[in-house]
Ligand binder design. Sequence first.
Ligand code: SF4
Length: 293
Amino acid sequence: MHFTDTVYRNPYWPTFPLLQITQGCTHNVCKFCTMYRNVDFRMQPMEWIEEDLQELAESVPDAKTIQLLSANPLALSYEKLVPILEMINRYLPEMEYIYAATRVTDITNKTVEQLRHLKALGLREISLGVESGDDWTLDRVNKGYHAKDILEQCHKLEEAGIDYWMTFLNGVAGKEHSLEHAVNSAKIFSQCKPMIVGTGGLTLFPGTPLLEEAQRGEFTPLSEKEMLIELKTFVENLTCDCGFITHHTISGKNLTGPGFLGRKDKIIAALDNEIRHGNMDIMAAIRKGKQTL
Ligand code: SF4
């Protein structure tokens, strides 16, 4: 298999088989991310993609799922994606579910009709690294789009019938804008119909511009307790019925699951409990030990 750079795959989707169709990230300037900093974006050569599919056709001929890699494979145009999806179906004829993580902006250059066709070819579920629905925050960390773009592109996915996840990055606005980040993100997410809302907590990794800004005093990270308070505010304001997943260091197991609205009060109570009684030193130590996003 031709895996050429950091392999990020969604651990909640089947993690095998994987198929890399692009390298790097088209955007590559989010201030909290260094995952693909030294990798230029490009499509994998079609010969490599075909060789990988030949290999998979031998090892897992009845595969029903596959995750496309790398950071944002749907950045490829519709015209480039169609032959790749057709080839997947040719080599793996039982294929039912093609998954991909991608950027909000990758949907922009595809019509609803084109998205419907991609779905018919197996593209069923995508994960959007939205991070915030607050324009100030999106600009602050260089996400490269605004709230109105999130709404437009998510509504296109809904029309096309492609299920999607939205992620909220807890802590990414720093102390300066924490409340607005939580409230405005929840407002925008609530106007969409995500299958899953996933939340992760900001970790300032070495080499990220945001860490450098924090060291210069230009960005003030939240404490662990403030992260929990922000997450609770986001949850209180979120009104879309969806699955809810959090990577929060301590509470993850209690908070993750389907049927968000039916569990919302319990999630808020669990967060309250963490805010009052959680061991913030342990949470900080776990975060310090993290190596990647
Ligand atoms: S967070 Fe995602 S979109 Fe931003 S630079 Fe990293 S991989 Fe690219």
